[in-house]
Design a protein. Structure first.
Length: 102
């Protein structure tokens, strides 16, 4: 079953929250001098790897975020096009019942 608008938006919110938490180090970098940056992030290979992983994760999350935004746009366009052409929207295109297993 394809995702509904709500489930895509839920995924987008999750990715946005992960991005927000992961980008905290960027705000730290913004507040320090280049010398402090070298000491904090480039002194050891372990620090360099941590910086690389953080930057890579920010890039990956931003890519996911953009894909989800495009998916929302496509879903919304499809729904509006169908309505504009006089077609009917089925309930499962708009609402996806949750199945809980507990």
């Amino acid at each position: 079953m394809s995702d509904t608008m709500g489930s895509i938006i839920d995924k987008l919110i999750t990715v946005d929250m992960k991005m927000w938490h992961n980008q905290e180090f960027l705000y730290e970098v913004r507040r320090i001098s280049f010398e402090e940056f070298k000491d904090n992030f480039l002194s050891t290979e372990k620090q360099q790897l941590a910086l690389f992983e953080s930057i890579k994760k920010c890039c990956d999350l931003n890519f996911q975020r953009n894909q989800l935004i495009d998916e929302i746009d496509e879903k919304l366009y499809g729904i509006l096009k169908k309505i504009n052409e006089g077609g009917e929207i089925s309930d499962n295109e708009l609402v996806q019942k949750k199945h809980k297993t507990y």
